[in-house]
Design a protein around this ligand. Structure first.
Ligand code: 3H9
Length: 641
């Protein structure tokens, strides 16, 4: 089938778009829509046109793959203008998601109807651009300025019910969408048609609204949200044609920006990470229930994520008190989700029915997957897996959440090593998106595929990592911190380094982050390695920990902290402690500092690729963005350098 097919139902023509996977508006599709509008206007037997889509969704937007090329004719604003000015009214019949250019097409139609399960939105800002085919000009005319700001500046889609309330769509229908749309069209033809969207007036809005929105929507490092806001404002204060020209100018400018290129890179990286080509034909193992061993921060975070994704969960701890603590930590996460409106009380009650805790490993005998999240000590972990080997079904997947031990050593002695895998979650595990998936040499493909299936179900971004110290993420973190310390040795001020990384887009610099999470964990790891005879050079962090400066929790680390405050204060004690190690007085500006540290991360990333630890540079970018706060609009260290 071509991109579109036209059929007739009496006097109503049905234009069926079919451009898998998501009906994106490729150049060929735009051309096909344009010629359909011409042909249907010429056909006197047609009185109205239904625009519907085959497959899983209505048009999901412009074809983002085309954004690296010069814009190709016919341009989408012209196609939409042609539909809007057609002699016969067009009715958009929406299922799935009408997003970006897809919703702009729908707004060019005279009517929009949707299934209850559908959603509409203008997510362009998430790609570093603004709507470029009338989104900021037609939305305020259709549904008012506030809804336009919510949609185009916020970037989040609205479900059909809310879209109906806001006036973005005209009706919600059930059952056969196309048949309903045809019936809607026949009825609509009996009455006077409403004005075209572009011809509708916009209700006036207070000056205060704009200044408030500007403050509210500003996002450091991101140009698109405020550009979308200014485009909406221009559209409310100027004639439609002028507004369209203004929007197009801004759209084209942003489309060519570094921010948009980086966000596109991340968009496609995320999609390709979720479904690795090598596993396309591999069926994952059934996954209906999950067990967790270890009720600490990691175990309960993973448990809460699994429970909220709908998996019945069994938590194992050493004694009853620890079981109770673990269960209440999980319950607290769900209660928080209810408070924030992410979960209804009824759903919470339903999910909690699936939660159990015990000291008895036998309770795991029916679980499809058990994740170990106990203390990072090889003997402790091995003891857990010996128990799991004994009680779990032979086909159940057994996973370790180790962050730095060698999973091959943990798996030694297992009777079915092919079902063993590393699943490295990040803290807090119900929030952080990254999941490093670490197969051992024996791991079966369907076990690996199960790891990816779990990631999808939990809404995580999965990345396969080979085995090395720290896997992908912590290995690069170690290098980043070491390079940051190296700059301190060269005489660069600690606060300047943190400031440089904040200016770059991180929420916190490397030293502030260590103060928050504690310097002692990495210190103890180094000490452990030293006690095993490894040659681990002394770090500046070691000097601070030995002086009792473990971070915020001890009132000081790389900075001082005033009682009860989290604001870092430059420390004269730290300056004195480190003075003997300062070798130079280099003057680097903040850009040079950030460039240096990003280059170091990328350099480590290249080594990781060369060793086959990561499969592709995009995976490394995803690890840093979703696990380590790397600014998304910079695209990740590999993209950025
Ligand atoms: C825009 O419209 C600009 C206009 O205002 C102005 C123009 C002038 N293009 O996410 P999935 C691919 S900007 C190209 O896994 P799901 C995706 O890469 C656009 N390809 O599916 C993947 O490919 P593969 C505004 C796209 O069911 C496959 O489709 N629109 C596009 O989980 C499946 O994707 C958006 O930002 C695209 N636009 O979710 C919407 N979208 O199979 C972006 C997807 O080779 N898309 N692909 O890996 C989405 O949010 C989700 O894809 C959607 C489906 C919710 C639609």
């Amino acid at each position: 089938m071509n991109e579109i097919e036209i059929t007739r139902r009496g006097e109503i023509a049905v234009v069926m778009v079919d451009n898998p996977p998501v009906n994106a508006l490729s150049q060929a599709m735009r051309a096909a829509l344009l010629s359909a509008a011409d042909a249907l206007d010429r056909d006197d037997a047609v009185k109205a046109v239904v625009l519907a889509c085959a497959g899983r969704t209505f048009i999901a937007g412009a074809d983002v793959r085309e954004f690296d090329l010069p814009p190709l004719e016919p341009h989408l604003p012209d196609v939409i203008a042609r539909i809007e000015n057609a002699e016969k009214p067009w009715i958009a019949a929406i299922h799935g998601t009408a997003l970006g250019g897809g919703f702009e097409v729908a707004m060019g139609c005279r009517f929009r109807i949707a299934l209850e399960s559908a959603a509409v939105g203008l997510p362009e800002v998430t790609l570093g651009i603004i709507p470029g085919a009338g989104g900021t000009c037609r939305t305020p005319r259709l549904a008012g300025v506030e809804t336009a700001v919510k949609l185009a500046v916020g970037g989040r889609p609205l479900g059909a019910r809310k879209a109906l309330e806001a006036g973005l769509i005209d009706a919600i229908v059930e059952g056969d969408l196309v048949a309903e749309a045809v019936a809607f069209a026949e009825k609509a033809l009996q009455q006077p048609l409403p004005a075209k969207t572009s011809a509708r007036p916009i209700a006036a809005i207070d000056e205060a609204f704009w200044s408030e929105a500007e403050k509210d929507k500003a996002k450091p490092g991101y140009r698109a949200p405020l550009a979308a806001l200014s485009s909406i404002r221009f559209a409310t204060e100027n004639p439609f044609d002028a507004a369209m020209l203004n929007e197009r100018g801004l759209f084209l400018e942003l489309r060519a920006s570094d921010e948009a290129a980086a966000l596109r890179h991340v968009f496609f990286a995320e999609r390709s990470a979720a479904r690795p080509a090598a596993l396309k034909t591999v069926e994952p193992r059934p996954l209906k229930s999950i067990g967790i061993v270890g009720g600490g921060t990691m175990g309960t975070g993973i448990g809460a994520a699994a429970l909220m994704a709908g998996y019945p969960l069994t938590l194992i701890e050493r004694d009853e008190a620890a079981v109770a603590r673990g269960l209440s930590a999980i319950e607290a996460v769900l209660a928080g989700a209810v408070r924030r409106g992410k979960l209804t009380a009824a759903k919470q009650a339903f999910l909690l029915e699936g939660l159990a805790g015990t000291t008895d490993y036998q309770a795991l005998s029916a679980c499809d997957l058990v994740i170990e999240a106990v203390f990072e000590e090889i003997a402790v972990k091995r003891a857990v897996f010996a128990e799991l080997d004994r009680v779990c079904r032979a086909d159940a997947v057994l996973a370790t959440n180790t962050s730095y031990l060698d999973p091959r050593r943990i798996a030694e002695g297992l009777s079915h090593p092919e079902r063993f895998i590393g699943l490295h979650f990040f803290s807090p595990a119900h929030v952080m998106k990254l999941l490093e998936i670490i197969p051992v040499p024996e791991t079966a493909d369907d076990v690996l595929a199960t790891g990816f299936q779990l990631a999808r179900a939990l809404g995580k971004i999965p990345v396969t990592s080979g085995i090395c110290e720290g896997f992908i993420g912590n290995r690069i973190l170690k290098r980043y911190r070491a390079e940051a310390e190296q700059l301190v040795r060269r005489g660069v001020a600690i606060a300047e380094i943190d400031g440089a990384m904040r200016d770059y887009g991180f929420k916190m610099g490397p030293f502030e982050t260590q103060d928050l999470s504690g310097l002692d964990i990495a210190y103890l790891q180094r000490e452990g390695a030293r006690s095993e005879g490894q040659d681990v050079p002394e770090t500046l962090g070691d000097i601070l920990v030995r002086a009792g400066r473990k971070g915020q929790k001890t009132g000081g680390g790389w900075y001082d902290y005033r009682e009860g405050e989290r604001k870092p204060v430059v420390s004269s004690e730290v300056a004195a402690l480190l003075q003997p190690r300062i070798e130079a007085s280099d003057a680097l500006d903040r850009t040079a500092i950030a460039d240096h540290l990003i280059a170091a991360m990328a350099d480590e990333g290249r080594a990781i690729l060369a060793e086959g630890i990561a499969a592709k540079p995009e995976d490394i970018d995803l690890v840093k963005i979703h696990g380590y706060g790397f600014p998304r609009h910079r695209g990740g260290p590999m993209f950025a350098s």
